[in-house]
Ligand binder design. Sequence first.
Ligand code: PEP
Ligand code: MN
Length: 358
Amino acid sequence: MNHPIIIAGPCAAESQEQVRQAAVELKDFRLPQTAGGRGITFFRSGAWKPRTRPGTFEGVGKEGLLWLKDIQESTGLQTCTEVASAYHAEEVLKVGLSAVWLGTRTTANPFLVEEIAKALEGTPLHIFVKNPINPDLNLWLGAVQRILRHHPENVYAIHRGFSDYHTGQLRNAPLWRVPIEFKVQMPDIPLLCDPSHLSGHTDFIPDLAQRALDLNFDGLMLEVHHHPSQALCDGPQQLTPKTFKSLMHTLSWRKSLPSEDPLAEEKILIDAIRTRIDVLDDDLVNVLAKRMELVDHIGEVKKRGKIGIVQIERWNQVSDRTREQAVEKGLGEPFIEEVYKAIHQEAIKRQEKIIRNE
Ligand code: PEP
Ligand code: MN
């Protein structure tokens, strides 16, 4: 799949005319050359909408699939929609769309993920798995694994933020460390970001989209509606085709990897700096090991003297001293506090073992 992967289109398929209008405006659009110069990868629109509260627009159902199929045939755009059950997946297969996504509420349910995975077994569909609604990395990884067991190719993940009982500006909490950890655990699964559902409002989309590109996400899913104020759901977060296109041209696109050309200037620089970082990492590990050796010696002394392990005054001294030094050297206070909390916990664990003769 070409990089970056761009999915754009209305939140929901509301009428044939509405999806057609969005598709017509997007079909000839080309990304800037810095982003590969191609068109959008998939045109999106939800036929079934999983709404949090009843009594709101829940999608037009399978009729919407026919509208998407028509778009696929008349514009050449590949289309995708949300599936939340084996029934949805089977209907999509009957109609012949190119891709589906599992929404955040579906990923959180292993039974549904399993039945969808089975329904899509042996098909060439592209499958996008949004993160679960709660920040549970294992649930997300597990859902992707369930899909991969039945459908090993063309599987992707989408970060759309996590539901939180919060009053912040964004609709969902980004918790960027969760998708970054996802990437560490599943480096071969392309990871997209959905700034529309993350933000809940178009005002915040440019910053979130840029942040995702800076972090090296593999693409973006964006909601685009030709008349957002009349949208039947998610109006405030839907871009117009015009604002979508201008966003694509104002973002600063990044290469996913440093050039493979061994003579490229950035490649030479990055390699040289990485060598120095490797040396420092060796030093860091050695210093930590030596520090823990000393912690063990103190553990022996505390054991002999029947002295309690946690000595709060000493811990406060260490923590104040290192924080001051670190801040002077330009390191962030929360960062150094995290590092020392981890060191302190490990030290306590080791001394507990010594005292208990384990
Ligand atoms: C959607 O993409 O329209 C959607 C419902 O998303 P999510 O599952 O991320 O809320
Ligand atoms: Mn939506």
